[in-house]
Design a protein around this ligand. Structure first.
Ligand code: FES
Length: 198
């Protein structure tokens, strides 16, 4: 633990690795999961942007890639997922992500350049654990009957919806961070490129 109360880097990496392994196991029965973790040579180099092929993602599927040592989630949201986001604005802290920590193109209800895709850093904004996928809506999620689908942080119970928006009255103060990114084409995105946003 560092002096400011945050988990140190080693612990954070451990939590990340544990989450990837645990998430993959859970998702095998819960949701389609295209690729659990795709570190690339470029991702390993210092802060290089990571190009990702999203052409094979079907609605409801998610893939995780690494950028600057962090997990980045890419979800192709189905119509049902998008509908759930629109329904619960009053249950989340910052429904349109108006706090300045987010890039301009994440300051909207879906927190994305293209509503069909959610792209977010999979690290809880409380103390840095990696939340688990809980995509199933309702009581099947094991959370409650009103659960719209999203993510649950295993460390202290923060919950995020399918736009990465944090629910009210949870320890995490902010929505999941959206990394800088842009679309190279309909099927390819570049994560970490801050020169062109969108
Ligand atoms: S680290 Fe996620 S709720 Fe504390």
């Amino acid at each position: 633990m560092s002096s400011d109360g945050q988990p140190d880097c080693r612990r954070r990496r451990l939590l990340f690795a544990t989450s990837i392994l645990g998430g993959a196991a859970g998702v095998a029965v819960a949701v389609p999961f295209v690729s659990t973790f795709e570190p690339s040579e470029r991702a390993k180099s210092a802060g290089a942007p990571v190009e990702v092929d999203i052409s094979g993602l079907a609605p409801g599927e998610m893939k995780t890639v690494e950028w600057r040592g962090k997990p980045v989630w890419i979800i192709r949201r189905s119509k049902e997922m998008l509908d759930s986001i629109a329904r619960i604005a009053d249950r989340v802290v910052d429904p349109r992500s108006e706090r300045p920590m987010q890039p301009e193109y994440a300051r909207n209800e879906y927190r994305s350049i293209r509503p069909e895709y959610m792209i977010a850093i999979g690290i809880c904004t409380h103390l840095g654990c990696s939340p688990s996928e809980k995509f199933k809506a309702g009581s099947e999620s094991g959370i409650d009957a009103d659960w719209p689908g999203g993510f649950l942080c295993p460390c202290h119970g923060s919950m995020f919806d399918l736009a990465g928006r944090v629910f009210k009255n949870k320890p995490a103060p902010d929505n999941l961070q959206v990394p800088p990114h842009r679309y190279l084409s309909d099927g390819r995105i570049l994560i970490g490129d801050e020169k062109q946003e969108g």
